[in-house]
Write a protein that binds this ligand. Structure first.
Ligand code: SAM
Ligand code: DTB
Ligand code: SF4
Length: 331
């Protein structure tokens, strides 16, 4: 199948279909926030941020890919899909002792949460049992735990909750009208169903998306609207800047005006005042000044450590130098 990228703007009719009737945040209101003069938007984001969080406090999470590559899904941005030729080697599920080595290092580096990611459409029974052991053992180290394993059924969500899992990451990724252009092997509704099961099981929800896929300001407003209109919004909202991997359908995308990226953080902050907004993938390519603007816009969490899942992350020493220069405090 030939897919057209970057994303095509939706028609007025398809937009009308995706806006919930009683939405807390109307797409038009979110678009109006995006359209504010940059300094006005930043001022409003700062006001909201300071009313709900201690300014300057930033939470750090460390990522580990516990099962890399060979994924059945066709997510257009992902290096781990078996349908794209990215040259990534498929790896088996990492043994527990190796996971714990990484977790201990994360704890020593000062991270408060350890996030384990697996390239699955959904976990098999045996795999989930192994991940549950990882969650229990990582918790014993005094770290918060997060996993991202693909779609879950009710029983799986319950088992993870019983293991003491703190957060489950499952992103909505983009605006509803673009979802089918980026991913065809599962639907946005499948993702929303998993998020609901996670929520019902009593696990904190981590859900966000990717910008820089050619979605434009309207697409970004649609992404934020979905998250902000959740009841309640996710506790943790990762905003990823597309890492355009050669061999993926989105290899040619990834360009977003840096100020539009900052605007996305600011709008997430204003519309989800109680959520941690995480400055996520793409930080390695950002300068200190751009990251400082993201923190000013209300980002109060980062992925910290050498690697994201399949690619490098910003240098940890450079991160700590930046925290010191800006007077940011790790929590
Ligand atoms: N398979 C699970 C899933 O899809 O939820 C977990 C792993 S998946 C890699 C987790 C998230 O990473 C995706 O939902 C997406 O938001 C983000 N991500 C993946 N590839 C990315 C890329 N190239 N650039 C930015 N974010 C990316
Ligand atoms: C999220 O929103 N971003 C993280 C985490 N959740 C699992 C993943 C980013 C992946 C970046 C590309 C890679 O390393 O393959
Ligand atoms: Fe698989 Fe997740 Fe990558 Fe999609 S984003 S291809 S589900 S690992």
């Amino acid at each position: 199948m030939i897919r057209e990228f970057p994303l095509q703007p939706p028609t007025t009719a398809s937009r009308a279909l995706v806006e919930p009737v009683e939405a807390r945040w109307k797409i038009a209101d979110i678009e109006a926030l995006f359209a504010l003069p940059f300094l006005d938007l930043m001022f409003r984001a700062q006001e909201v941020h300071r009313a709900h969080f201690k300014a300057g406090e930033v939470q750090r999470s460390t990522l580990l890919s516990i099962k890399t590559g060979g994924c059945s899904e066709d997510c257009g941005y992902c290096s781990q899909s078996s349908r794209h030729s990215t040259g990534l080697e498929r790896e088996a599920l990492m043994p527990l002792d190796e996971v714990l080595e990484h977790a201990r290092a994360a704890k020593e580096s000062g991270s408060s949460r350890f996030c384990m990611g697996a390239a699955w459409r959904s976990p098999k029974e045996k795999d989930l049992a192994a991940v549950i052991e990882m969650v229990k053992e990582v918790k014993k180290l005094g770290l918060e735990t997060c996993v991202t394993l693909g779609m879950l059924n009710t029983e799986q969500a319950k088992l993870l909750a019983e293991a003491g899992l703190d957060y489950y990451n499952h992103n909505v990724d983009t605006a509803p009208e673009y979802y089918g252009e980026v991913i065809t092997t599962h639907t946005l509704q499948d993702r929303l169903d998993t998020i609901e099961k996670v929520r019902d099981a009593g696990i904190n929800v981590c859900s966000g998306g990717i910008v820089g896929m050619g979605e434009g300001q309207t697409g970004r407003a649609g992404l934020i609207a979905q998250l902000a209109n959740m009841e309640p919004p996710p506790e943790s909202v990762p905003i990823n800047k597309l890492i355009a991997f050669p061999g993926t359908p989105l290899a040619g995308s990834g360009a977003i005006d840096p100020f539009d990226f900052v605007r996305t953080i600011a709008v997430a902050r204003i519309t989800m005042p109680n959520s941690f907004v995480r400055l996520s993938a793409g930080r390695e390519q950002m300068g200190d000044e751009l990251q400082a603007l993201c923190f000013m816009a209300g980002a109060n969490s980062i992925f910290y450590g050498e690697r994201l899942l399949t690619t490098g992350n910003a240098d940890s020493n450079a991160d700590m130098r930046l925290f010191a220069r800006l007077g940011l405090i790790s929590i």
